[in-house]
Structure formats: structure tokens, C-alpha cells
Ligand binder design. Structure first.
Ligand SMILES: [Zn+2]
Length: 99
């Protein structure tokens, strides 16, 4: 193989490696970007927790409401009585001792 061919083949190899690296980095970037967007959305929801606490209504109609579902996810979920003096939320699984 001539020197010219060897250098050209090496250039092909280096370019191919760099191209594959670019594809891997792009995939990593997309994953990180998606994770960053999720974190921002989660942060924005958490930042509004005190306001949602202020807006929280303990009882809607006959149903006591789950504070965690409302404050963390802005979702109204009824609490249901369990045995003993416990109210429970089926959505998030919180148990609240009420005696
Ligand atoms: Zn809940």
C-alpha cells in the first residue's frame, strides 16, 4: 500500500469514528434534553406548592380530599376511610391518621 493510500484510509477511518461519535453524542444530548425538560416541569410544579396549599380545600361535597395529590400534582382525589382511624388515598397511597 502506498503512503498516499495508507493516509487516505486512515482519514476514512478517523472520519467514520467521528461520525459514529457524533451520532452517540446526539442520542445522549436528546436524552439529557428530555430529562432537563422533565426536571423543569417538575420544578415548576413544585414551585407552586405553597400556592396550591393555600388553594387546597379539605372537603369537596362529602369527600375529604387528599392533600398530597392536590399539592404535588394539582389533582383532586378523595380520601377513603380504612380500618381504625385512618383515611387513605387510592391515587398516591398516603395514609392519614385522623384520631
Ligand atoms: Zn393522594
Amino acid at each position: 500500500m502506498s503512503i498516499e493510500s495508507a493516509v487516505a484510509n486512515t482519514a476514512d477511518y478517523v472520519a467514520s469514528q467521528s461520525d459514529q461519535k457524533a451520532a452517540r453524542l446526539h442520542d445522549q444530548y436528546q436524552k439529557v434534553k428530555l430529562e432537563a425538560e422533565k426536571l423543569l416541569a417538575e420544578r415548576n410544579l413544585a414551585r407552586r406548592a405553597l400556592q396550591r396549599r393555600a388553594d387546597f380545600v379539605v372537603k369537596v361535597g362529602a369527600d375529604y380530599q387528599c392533600p398530597r395529590c392536590w399539592i404535588e400534582r394539582e389533582k383532586r382525589s378523595p380520601l377513603r376511610p380504612l380500618e381504625g382511624d385512618i383515611m387513605a388515598c387510592r391515587e398516591c397511597g398516603i395514609d392519614i391518621q385522623v384520631d
